[in-house]
Design a protein around this ligand. Sequence first.
Ligand code: 5GP
Length: 176
Amino acid sequence: MKERIETLISTSAIEKRMDELAEVINKDYAGEELYLVCVLKGGVFFMVELAKRITVPVTLNFMDVSSYGNGTESSGHIKILMDLDESIEGKNVLIVEDIVDSGRTLSHLVELLKSRKPKSLKLCTLLDKPERRVTEVEVHYTGFTIPDAFVVGYGLDYAQRYRNLNYIGVISFEEE
Ligand code: 5GP
């Protein structure tokens, strides 16, 4: 099968949107400290670029949560592969995700982190596919709402590839 990638969101559109999101976040957290929790691996590119635009005091941490296998369909199976290495009690936690799809991963993660008593807990995602939602999850900051298609780039993979694309593309498969 040949893989074809068609641009859905350009690099410049992503950069412009991140400027806008950061402006809102900087206002919302004015006078506060912000603790970003990146969901590996897909959230890394977005988190790094967003963090560069944050002007309030910010610290970063990482979690690895599994939801998808090597295909394009959710397994519905959630597992914490790597946990935070410190307490989030009393902190203003902002989860940074690449995409919210069925919502299963995030709703699970939100419940887990809430139980650790942060001062506040919000969610920021680069992409949202609301049509695919199975589990309700409150998203506070959204980069782009996209249609139901499997996308790659800007941290998002297909079988671990294409994360390094600096744009978001829709992947399709053709017979060779
Ligand atoms: P959810 O639990 O919301 O269904 O899935 C969230 C996770 O599924 C994301 O963090 C991402 O890893 C993966 N995912 C969902 N939709 C897509 C997609 O269109 N492309 C890629 N590459 N991963 C996706």
